[in-house]
Design a protein around this ligand. Sequence first.
Ligand SMILES: C[S@@+](CC[C@H](N)C(=O)[O-])C[C@H]1O[C@@H](n2cnc3c(N)ncnc32)[C@H](O)[C@@H]1O
Length: 303
Amino acid sequence: MPNSTRSDGDTWTITTSVGFTALLVAAARAVETERPDALAQDPYARVFLEAAGDPRAVALADAGNGAGNPMAATRHLGVRTRYFDDFTRDAVAAGIQQVVILAAGLDSRAHRLDLPTGTIVYELDQPEVLTFKQEALATHGTTPAAGLRHVPVDLRNDWPAALRSAGFDGAMPTAWLVEGLLPYLPAAAQSLLFERIVALSAPGSRVAVEGQVGPLDLDGFRAITEKYSREGNPLGDFDVTALFVADEDRADPAEFLVAQGWTVTRAGNPVELGRSYGVRDTVPADAELLSGAIGYFTAALHD
Ligand SMILES: C[S@@+](CC[C@H](N)C(=O)[O-])C[C@H]1O[C@@H](n2cnc3c(N)ncnc32)[C@H](O)[C@@H]1O
């Protein structure tokens, strides 16, 4: 099934358009979980794949990191998961009790990270994605994690109002997660997202971000995808890069946060981040240059 074209105010389910990318990340987390040297454990990744019943996503998980997996950079998502897991664990260990996951997709940290009692996790995503997630976990018999609140929103709209209505307390420090979201937002919505994070953050707040540090070479990404799926592409003509909003004039969120008084700690691109975990094959060698356009950082607003 080819992608639908992106447009202002477009919506999706877990198997269509941008919603399907959440399922693809779950497939990558299933692959990571099943590795003997896994950097992260997500026992819910396969639960979501089974509940969605989408043969493309299941085939992707079954293809593992080997030939035939069109997401040649699958290990990259394991590395990324570990980075945001560590960020979340560190934040709650430092006493932060409010966690906001922007574009949560099938992120199951509220269930799998054993967060301290009293932690409240807000998961924001489009309504049908959150409904799928809730139903899949309920059918599996997973009881809702204490303190988990779903906030169905479009992150291009006024999500702070919905977040506050769900109980978010702007006087408490917050840990924000921005993982796998920014390429799907127009540049203006990305800038507004960080302005809102700053406006909602009490001293002591932190944010972890997967961002863009250079122009994404979309043709290059497509060429690599094709090369690594020569033996059959389970995704058919579904093209993740076609869902990216190709706004190249994006403001650098790290620079913006520094200007707002936050302290930024950069973790490098996927390959550098992977090396910090001892991973040598985060992306195939011929994709290293491409993945150099992606950068990870955390930022903190000190008391
Ligand atoms: C690649 S997935 C990443 C999900 C999750 N953060 C993870 O890493 O597993 C992208 C997610 O962004 C969400 N998303 C993208 N644009 C959005 C928007 N405008 N409003 C709400 N959610 C959005 C999608 O629904 C999807 O769940």
